[in-house]
Write a protein that binds this ligand. Structure first.
Ligand code: NAD
Length: 504
């Protein structure tokens, strides 16, 4: 393959191949179209020197961007919003071609990312400090928040546009420069976004892209020039990133994996619950950190609920995401096979296979990474299909007798990203909200992704660090505070001096 088809890094406002320009020694990775199974390109894999070049560009631009007026910075973010909004279908098509999710869903992802850009347009208000006049005679106090410098964003394959957009609009608006390390499975969205930032007038060096694998990630984690890391991915890597980056003194937010439960109480509207379970379980082929993967049927609703979910599941059209289907392929063949092996294991462990997606007639390439929606009933908490994050179109139904058992199950789970309760009882909903140990809760809403002006993040093994993404927590993460205490006496009055060694 010629180097002209290699998906590059982005540095100083231009694409950069780095070591990948040498077809003999440079490392690259295959990028595939999951709906055909074909290799569509290769992505550059950074070596240490490439990483230093890209981080160096971000460091060189940091001071002047921080000193650019808030008004000017906001105008650039606003221009980026306008361009992205006008051309969002292009980005959605890129996402579908490398990730596999259907076009509507890809557009939904871009739209949710745009909302964070819109939130970041309000940065002048969010960066305002406090002021206290006259805390002592002639003494005033004010606070301010300043950018950190270079921040690193490391993102997963499942939202190649939205997850980076949870972070970089806020980071850039607040005056930081960014190095984004996208997933090597779908790296093109990041380069398209970099081009749009350039169109919007962002100075070179403020937004940079470093492509690659662990080498690129470790370079970001260890670089003394990088002051903060925002990571999203699986729990083992999130833990690793948190520990390693913290060791070099960085602030870190590392969002990990999930196992999201949907509790259905006996008083719930079962048609609504079944619709939502299917949409939230199989949308994006279950490759969402907020996907529902476990339905907890409480107190006798199991048979009717499973029948309703199964009926709806059988109507889904599986195929190439550009053909108006409901659900696309999985991201790679390896991942497809891993998900299928969980279905095998669940069946062997005694779960009842109600809908089997392992044999599927997909409207797409014969070599596409297809796995149909799968429904398993009578799953128990000791089965691997329950204990592991599957990250595929597999919905497990666990049956329990009481509300308390349902909450006990969720609170005992190591993950705590999202959860949903379906009920018509406001008191039960209120109790659930209070006692469930999960970061994002939906009441009759299956995927409770917070709006951009709230913050996104889970509890327990779903997030390492203490700052969630975007909203005011995002603004705090990407800035650090200063408090200034100043004394200015009345020029007409001679100041009272004298020594005083006691603590003031
Ligand atoms: P992943 O952990 O494999 O990869 C995430 C990032 O880490 C990628 O950029 C990848 O290149 C890098 N990486 C992978 N292995 C590494 C290693 N050994 N050392 C250093 N870096 C490494 O995750 P993925 O498969 O791309 O994404 C799916 C996972 O992300 C799921 O577990 C999902 O739940 C999670 N996720 C979580 C959230 C959330 O908000 N909590 C959101 C989206 C996805």
């Amino acid at each position: 393959m010629s180097t002209s088809t290699v998906i590059p890094h982005w540095l100083d406002g231009a694409s950069f191949l780095g070591s990948a320009a040498d077809g003999t020694t440079g490392r690259t990775g295959d990028v595939t179209n999951p709906a055909t199974g074909g290799v569509t390109g290769q992505v550059a894999f950074a070596d240490q020197a490439d990483a230093e070049r890209v981080i160096g560009a971000a460091a060189a631009a940091a001071r002047s961007w921080a000193e650019t007026s808030i008004t000017k910075r906001t105008q650039v973010v606003f221009a980026f919003r306008e361009i992205l909004n006008a051309r969002k279908e292009e980005l959605a098509a890129i996402i579908t071609s490398e990730h596999g999710k259907v076009l509507d869903d890809a557009l939904g992802e871009v739209t949710r990312g745009l909302e964070v850009v819109e939130f970041a347009c309000g940065i002048p208000h969010l960066l305002k400090g406090g002021y206290s006049e006259g805390v002592s005679s002639g003494v005033d106090v004010h606070s301010k928040r300043q950018p950190l410098g270079v921040v690193g964003i490391i993102s997963p394959f499942n939202f190649p546009a939205m997850v980076p957009m949870w972070f970089f609009p806020v980071a850039i608006a607040a005056g930081n420069t960014v190095v984004l390390k996208p997933s090597e499975k779908d790296p093109s969205a990041a380069i398209w976004i970099a081009e749009r930032w350039k169109d919007a007038g962002l100075p070179d060096g403020v937004f940079n892209v470093l492509q690659g694998d662990k080498v690129a990630v470790d370079a970001l984690l260890d670089s003394p020039d990088v002051k903060a890391i925002s990571f999203v991915g699986s729990t083992p890597i999130a833990r690793y990133v948190y520990e390693r980056a913290s060791q070099s003194g960085k602030r870190v937010q590392a969002l990990g994996g999930a196992k999201n439960h949907m509790v259905v109480l006996p008083d719930a509207d079962l048609d609504l619950a079944a619709d939502q379970a299917v949409s939230a379980g199989y949308g994006s082929a279950g490759e969402r950190c907020m996907a529902i993967s476990v339905v907890v049927a409480v107190g006798g609703v199991g048979d009717e609920l499973v029948a309703k979910i199964a009926d709806r599941t059988r109507t889904l059209r599986i195929g190439d995401g550009t053909k108006g289907t409901d659900m696309g392929p999985l991201v790679t063949q390896v991942h497809r096979d891993k998900v299928a092996s969980f279905v095998d294991a669940g069946e062997e462990a005694g779960a009842k296979l109600v809908v089997d997606g392992r044999e599927v007639d997909a409207d797409g390439g014969a070599d596409g990474f297809w796995l149909g929606p799968t429904l398993l009933d009578n799953v128990t908490p000791d089965m691997s299909v329950y204990t592991e994050e599957i990250f595929g179109p597999v919905l497990s139904v666990v049956r329990v007798d009481t509300y308390d058992e349902a909450v006990g199950l969720i609170n005992a789970n190591p993950y705590g990203n999202g959860v949903a309760l379906f009920t018509s009882n406001g008191g039960a909903a209120r109790k659930f909200e209070y006692e469930v140990e999960v970061g994002m809760i939906g009441i009759n809403v299956p995927i409770p992704v917070p709006m951009a002006y709230y913050s996104f993040g889970g509890w327990k093994s779903s997030l390492f660090g203490d700052s969630h993404a975007h909203g005011t927590e995002g603004v705090h993460f990407f800035t650090r505070g200063k408090v200034v205490t100043s004394r200015w006496g009345d020029p007409a009055v001679k100041p009272v001096g004298g020594l005083e060694l006691a603590f003031p």
